[in-house]
Structures are given as structure tokens and as C-alpha cells.
Design a protein around this ligand. Structure first.
Ligand SMILES: NC(=O)C1=CN([C@@H]2O[C@H](COP(=O)(O)OP(=O)(O)OC[C@H]3O[C@@H](n4cnc5c(N)ncnc54)[C@H](OP(=O)(O)O)[C@@H]3O)[C@@H](O)[C@H]2O)C=CC1
Ligand SMILES: Nc1nc(O)c(N)c(N[C@@H]2O[C@H](COP(=O)(O)O)[C@@H](O)[C@H]2O)n1
Length: 238
């Protein structure tokens, strides 16, 4: 599985305001780039925090890209995936429409009735088990997962359904967990020319944070778009 993380942040590293409302950080040129990255992916993943805050659709904007995918024998839109341990995705969320397959990665803690309601609303439920690495106050654990669904298991379940390239669009909690689990291959960050501020505003990588062993990145590209810059990285090997 090849995992590509993409996000837009302010100069001070924030993905949104402290109110966690969707904010346009980039512009038309960057949204077109994001659409290209989506078009290359088999699936696009977000955390349930992003679904609750933004109600995103996560489909392609450009019809030509959908047509090209169909011509290549792929679904018109990439599948949509939500990391959602207890099934908090609203049944009227936009990602549950029929524009693409939508997988919800839930833990066994999600009640059967909730799973059934979400299936009825259009979701494919994948029960993938909770992450066991968090929750012990005595350890300096760096995963920050604390009983959320185990993303590595989720990715294996997606691979078994034909997903070879996964785009992760956020938010900060899920991106942090992806780095903590060593799942990320590429990172693309659009840095918009604004300061958002706020100690409680989401950042590119929230979670518990790292204290000893930090994911290291190789800068492989820079591109000026709109009034900002896209920084492209590959995750450095050990
Ligand atoms: N500028 C940008 O590019 C983007 C900005 N955003 C912004 O980010 C904010 C949302 O980010 P954030 O609040 O961090 O939410 P996330 O989208 O990262 O979702 C976090 C939630 O995902 C669930 N989850 C399931 N499994 C995991 C796991 N293994 N690790 C971590 N979380 C997991 C948890 O809920 P549970 O335990 O219930 O499963 C958790 O609370 C919004 O304000 C949105 O606008 C979002 C995307 C892109
Ligand atoms: N790349 C990017 N640039 C911005 O300026 C943004 N505000 C975001 N936000 C994320 O984009 C997703 C919206 O998806 P749809 O347009 O509904 O398909 C959502 O995840 C936002 O948080 N991204």
C-alpha cells in the first residue's frame, strides 16, 4: 500500500481555526492539484472529526478525470474511507451518497444497530479492531491512538478490497496516527500565506506528539501555487 498524506495549513501549521470550521487556506490552483492527487488514488481517507466538522464529499471536481478513470477500468471516483471507531458518522453525511463506495473503519465497540443504520445509509462497514498501543499512562507512548481503530489493520482491509494507493486528507489526529504507525510514504503540504493561531486549533500532526523518535522527511519538491507554496516530501527510510 502506498500512502500519500495531503493537507493545507497556515504558516503557523494550523489546518483550521480553533472553532474547527472548514477554512479555505489554498485557492483554485491548489484545489486542482488536490483533485489530481485524488484522481490518482484508489481511496481517500479522513477521520470522523473531519466528517463532523466539514461534511466533505471527497469526490473528483473535474469530470475529465472521472472519465479517464472509467476509461482505465477504475471507478469514476476513488472510494471514500472514514476512520470512525464508534460509528459517529451522521447517516445523512455527504460521503454516504452513491457517488463512490464509502468504507467506515469501525472498532468492535460500534453497536450492531449503529452499523446497520450506517449500512442502510450507504456505508460499507469494516470492523478492524482497536489500537492497543495507547491508554497506558505509565508509558511514554507516541501513537496517540488510545483505543481508536487500528489504522494499519484498516489499511490491510482496504488492500484486500483492491486499494493500492491511499490518499489521507486529514485531519490532524488521523495524520498523526498515520505517522506514528509508520504508514506514510509521501506528504504534500500546501502552506497558505496566513496566520491562524490558537493553541487549540488543529495542526498537521496532533495526537500525543513525538518525544524521541521523529518521522524524518526528504524534501523532494516545491511549487508556488495561488499565494502559497506546496512542499512535497518522501518519508525517509530508517
Ligand atoms: N486544511 C486541511 O487540509 C484540512 C483541514 N481539516 C480540518 O481538521 C479538523 C478536523 O481534524 P481533527 O479534529 O484532528 O479530526 P480527524 O479528522 O483527524 O478525526 C479524528 C477522529 O478520528 C477518529 N479516529 C479513528 N481512528 C483513529 C486513529 N487511529 N487515530 C486518530 N483518530 C482516529 C477519532 O474519533 P473516534 O475515536 O470516534 O473514532 C478521532 O477523534 C477540522 O477542523 C477540519 O476542517 C481536515 C482535513 C484537511
Ligand atoms: N487541500 C485543502 N485546501 C484547503 O484550503 C482546505 N480548506 C482543505 N480542506 C479539506 O478539503 C476537504 C473538502 O473536500 P470536498 O471539497 O468536500 O470534497 C475536507 O477534507 C477539508 O477539510 N483542503
Amino acid at each position: 500500500m502506498h500512502v500519500v498524506v495531503n493537507a493545507a495549513q497556515s504558516v503557523d501549521g494550523k489546518l483550521a481555526t480553533r472553532r474547527r470550521e472548514q477554512l479555505r487556506i489554498s485557492g483554485a490552483e491548489d484545489f486542482d492539484r488536490v483533485d489530481r492527487v485524488r484522481a490518482a488514488a484508489d481511496a481517500v481517507l479522513v477521520g470522523v472529526g473531519t466528517v463532523l466538522a466539514d461534511d466533505p464529499h471527497l469526490t473528483l471536481d473535474e469530470e475529465d478525470r472521472r472519465v479517464e478513470r472509467l476509461r482505465n477500468g477504475r471507478p469514476g471516483n476513488p472510494a471514500r474511507v472514514v476512520a470512525d471507531s464508534t460509528g459517529r458518522t451522521p447517516t445523512d453525511a455527504r460521503i454516504l451518497d452513491d457517488a463512490a463506495t464509502t468504507y467506515l473503519l469501525v472498532s468492535p465497540a460500534t453497536p450492531v444497530e449503529r452499523r446497520e443504520a450506517l449500512e442502510e445509509a450507504g456505508a460499507e462497514i469494516l470492523v478492524v479492531g482497536a489500537d492497543e498501543s495507547g491508554g497506558d499512562e505509565s508509558e511514554d507512548h507516541e501513537s496517540g491512538d488510545d483505543g481508536h481503530v487500528d489504522l494499519a489493520s484498516g489499511i490491510n482491509a482496504l488492500a484486500a478490497r483492491g486499494v493500492g494507493r491511499l490518499m489521507v486528507e486529514g485531519g490532524g489526529e488521523v495524520i498523526a496516527s498515520c505517522f506514528a504507525a509508520g504508514l506514510v510514504d509521501e506528504l504534500h503540504v500546501y502552506v497558505g500565506s496566513l496566520v491562524i493561531g490558537g493553541r487549540d486549533a488543529p495542526t498537521l500532526a496532533d495526537g500525543e506528539g513525538f518525544t524521541e523518535s521523529f518521522p524524518r522527511l526528504d524534501l523532494v519538491g516545491t511549487e508556488r501555487l495561488d499565494d502559497g507554496i506546496v512542499l512535497s516530501y518522501e518519508v525517509a527510510g530508517d
